[in-house]
Every structure is written in structure tokens, then in C-alpha cells.
Design a protein around this ligand. Structure first.
Ligand code: MV4
Length: 446
């Protein structure tokens, strides 16, 4: 086992990884920008290294500074967390070249899944169902028109280098196609420096359902069920739940075994997530995330598995020690992403926390780096807390979530707690009857 792990991240996720390390008897090294000198992850870590000024490109994305912190502290391994360098294949490669273990997949797997065209080809190769569409990239208008006639309208054009919802254009007819293609290409070039695009049938009312996996790089692979992440605004997830209210046990087992046998074939290593659009009873692969995800705790809650702990274990070269048959999916879990934003306008609301009281009690988990007196810096992601609740069933989970939101006090800044209270009181949400467009439509109405 590792003696010392460097955590190349900040905020609640740095804390989450620190906690897993301490429970495994592993020493932790925090890295931080000058804006984060007083952050909780820095306070709790065994050692801390300042890696640069506030802008992410000068600190949390500064590979040379992070590698030198790993070298001077003698860290055995580097955990990238989520965001920042977590899906940067070059960083993973450099970590290993410098003699540390990268707690994540191989650089090759990160690279393949980072290119959406290559990822889709890989998905087809290993037997995962994909959205019908172009066979690889689209080069010319003539090719686009031929594919358009074939798959029909509406269709969606996506950037190969895209992700997180950027670089997509919908075309409703053959007439709209050339302009949509040109716009998508231009946007992709400007945003990612790569104008490669591909086409897919446009699904009008899907849910976003993703399957959590853990694999050991030697063919061992298990799944921790699915998460329904359909409640999002501008491609930012707001509320997630596990299991999905839309699936039954048979569908869950079926998609779970499709995914685990595929990733086992690929010899995938580490935690990973396969994202699907789910519409009219069918799953369509859209992307794979080769990292831990923000919403991983809801899977942990229903499976009783510490995913970060297991991710660290497989990074040392050990096989996955949990058998699929031994995973018992128990009850229901919901996560509310609490951000430091105005709940009406979503304007950022950084500043000093004057009062802090987190909810507690059975089935309530708060993953947050906040404390009374802490000042939220304005330079980073607005996520300040994940309120994660577990109940014996969905109704118990909802009742518990409601009382936990009522108990939660975060004084001095605006947060999205009131928005969460409203969402979970809506009949459509209570019924589990929502798709990827529901939240934005509802916000437009209220
Ligand atoms: C789609 C789609 C409909 N049809 N692909 C958006 C982010 C990127 N990961 C994939 N996205 C979509 N791909 C086809 N063929 C609709 C979306 C989409 C979406 C997907 C998941 C969660 C929220 C979304 C919001 C708008 C559009």
C-alpha cells in the first residue's frame, strides 16, 4: 500500500480523498494556490505545498509545480480528484514518468475516451450500444447530407473534442444541415482547437443515466449500479439520485453486465462512469468519464462501498476484491449540489461564511469543506457542499432530504439550498417523472 498520496485538487473533493487516505493509514499531501492557504483540505493534510497564484492555470493546472511537490514530499502516488487534471492523459503520463503512481486509468484509456469519436468507436468495439449516427467523423457537406438522409431529422452534430455540453448543434432538416455543420465546426475550433465533428440521431426527451464501474486493469470489473443525473441546468448537474426511478431490476442488471463485460474486455483500470441517454426503454452510450465523479457518493450509499478506497487499492496493482454477486443494492440515495450562487439568478456569491451548521442524523452525509469563518475564494467552481441522503426507499429518502435541507445553515453568502427545497417539493420530481429538459423548463415557468 502507498505510504503517502498527493491530492492534486481542492475543495470538497480534496477532503473526500483525504478522508479515504487517512482511513487506510496513508499520509496526505495537499497542494494549494495562494487563495486556498486557509482551506480545509490544507488544514487537515499531513503536509501542504503552495503551488502558485489563484488562477487555475498557474496552480491546480500547473503540472510542473504539482510534480515538483510530489517529488519534494516523496509521495508514492497522485490522486487527481475531479476536474482540473483528472482527465489529462499527458499529466497521467508525466506522473508515471516521474516515478509516482497515477490513481486513475492508463494514459491511453484517458486519451481514447477524451476523443468522442474514438470513444464511440471503442464503445461499439467492446459491445456497448451507441446512438445511431455517422461512422466516425464527418468531413464534407456531401457526407453530412448522405448521413442526414440515412439517420433522419432532427439530428445533432457534436464536436469530437467536446464534452460538458459544449460544441453541439441540432439540425431539424436537410436545409438546416450545412449551416449547423459550419457553426459546430467553427465553435469546436474556437473552443477546443479541433474542428472534428460527428453526427447522431437527436433524442428529444431522454434521461441521463450513468453506470458506475470499478476495474483493476486485469479484467476484473464490477458495477455499482446507475445514477440518474437528468436534473441539470446548462449542463451543470443539480440533483442526482440512485437508483434511477425509471429503471427496474432487470434493466439494471442488463445494462450493468453489458458495461462490466465491455470494460473487462478493454482491461480498464480504476473508477469510471459510462454515460447513457435513456429513452423509451433503450440505452445509448454518449461518453465515458475516466475519473471519479462528483456524484459518486450516492452510489457509495446504496452499495455500502467506499469507492475512493477501492480506487486507491486497485491503483497499487491489487485486483478488485468485491464480487458483483456480493453487492447488495440497498434503499435510495439523493445528492443535492449546494453552490455559492443566488438561487434565482445563479450569480456567483463568494464571501465569508458567518454561520455554519450542517445537518446530521441517520442517513445524512455532508461532503463539504466549509467551516464558520471560511472565505470562499472567487476563482473556482461554486460547489460548496454535497448534501447526500440515504433512505430505505425513495419516499423515506425524500422526507429525510427535506428535513436535512431545513436544518442546513450556511450564513453570510447566498446558496442554492432554497432552490433544492423547491425542486424536491414539485410533483414531477416526487413522482420521478422528469427528463434532461425538465429542470430548465420548470425554472422558466416558476
Ligand atoms: C445528445 C442529446 C440528444 N441526442 N445526443 C449534452 C452533453 C453531452 N454529454 C451530450 N448531450 C446531449 N447529447 C443525442 N444524440 C442531448 C444532449 C443533452 C443533454 C444530455 C445529458 C444531460 C443534459 C443534456 C442537456 C441538453 C442536451
Amino acid at each position: 500500500m502507498f505510504d503517502k498520496v498527493l491530492i492534486a485538487n481542492r475543495g470538497e473533493i480534496a477532503l473526500r480523498i483525504h478522508r479515504a487516505c487517512k482511513e487506510m493509514g496513508i499520509q496526505t499531501v495537499a497542494v494549494h494556490s495562494t487563495a486556498d492557504a486557509d482551506a480545509m483540505h490544507v488544514r487537515l493534510a499531513d503536509e501542504a505545498v503552495c503551488i502558485g497564484p489563484p488562477p487555475p492555470k498557474d496552480s491546480y493546472l500547473n503540472m510542473a509545480a504539482i510534480l515538483s511537490a510530489a517529488n519534494v514530499t516523496g509521495a508514492d502516488a497522485v490522486h487527481p480528484g475531479v476536474g482540473f487534471l483528472a482527465e489529462n492523459a499527458d499529466f497521467a503520463e508525466m506522473v508515471e514518468e516521474h516515478g509516482h503512481v497515477f490513481i486513475g486509468p492508463t494514459p491511453d484509456h484517458i486519451r481514447v475516451m477524451g476523443d468522442k469519436i474514438a470513444a464511440k468507436e471503442k464503445a461499439i468495439e467492446i459491445g456497448i450500444p451507441v446512438v445511431p449516427g455517422s461512422d466516425g467523423g464527418i468531413e464534407t457537406d456531401a457526407e453530412a447530407i448522405a448521413v442526414g438522409r440515412d439517420i433522419g431529422f432532427p439530428l445533432i452534430i457534436k464536436a469530437a473534442a467536446g464534452g460538458g455540453g459544449r460544441g453541439m448543434k441540432v439540425a431539424n432538416s436537410l436545409e438546416e444541415l450545412p449551416e449547423a455543420l459550419a457553426l459546430c465546426r467553427a465553435e469546436a475550433k474556437a473552443a477546443f482547437g479541433d474542428d472534428a465533428v460527428y453526427m447522431e440521431r437527436y433524442l428529444g426527451h431522454p434521461r441521463h443515466i450513468e453506470v458506475q464501474v470499478l476495474a483493476d486493469g486485469m479484467g476484473g470489473c464490477i458495477h455499482l449500479g446507475e445514477r440518474d443525473c437528468s436534473l441539470q441546468r446548462r449542463h451543470q448537474k443539480v440533483v442526482e439520485e440512485a437508483p434511477s426511478p425509471a429503471l427496474n431490476d432487470i434493466e439494471r442488471d442488463r445494462i450493468g453486465s453489458v458495461v462490466t463485460s465491455a470494460l473487462s474486455k478493454m482491461k480498464y483500470r480504476s473508477a469510471g462512469t459510462i454515460e447513457f441517454l435513456y429513452e423509451d426503454g433503450e440505452f445509448f452510450f454518449i461518453e465515458m468519464n475516466t475519473r471519479l465523479q462528483v456524484e459518486h457518493p450516492i452510489s457509495e450509499m446504496i452499495c455500502g462501498i467506499d469507492l475512493v478506497r477501492e480506487q486507491i487499492r486497485v491503483a497499487t496493482g491489487m485486483p478488485v476484491r468485491i464480487q458483483q454477486e456480493d453487492i447488495v443494492f440497498s434503499g435510495h440515495s439523493i445528492e443535492c449540489r449546494v453552490t455559492a450562487e443566488d438561487p434565482e439568478t445563479f450569480a456567483p456569491s463568494p464571501g465569508r461564511i458567518t454561520d455554519y451548521h450542517a445537518p446530521g442524523g441517520l442517513g445524512v452525509r455532508v461532503d463539504s469543506h466549509l467551516y464558520s469563518g471560511y472565505s470562499i475564494p472567487p476563482f473556482y467552481d461554486s460547489l460548496v457542499s454535497k448534501l447526500v441522503v440515504h433512505g430505505a426507499n425513495r419516499n423515506e429518502c425524500l422526507m429525510r432530504l427535506r428535513r436535512a435541507l431545513e436544518e442546513y445553515v450556511i450564513g453570510g453568502i447566498k446558496t442554492t439550498i432554497p432552490l433544492h427545497e423547491q425542486i424536491i417539493s414539485e410533483q414531477a420530481f416526487i413522482n420521478g417523472d422528469y427528463d434532461i429538459h425538465w429542470l430548465e423548463k420548470w425554472m422558466g415557468l416558476k
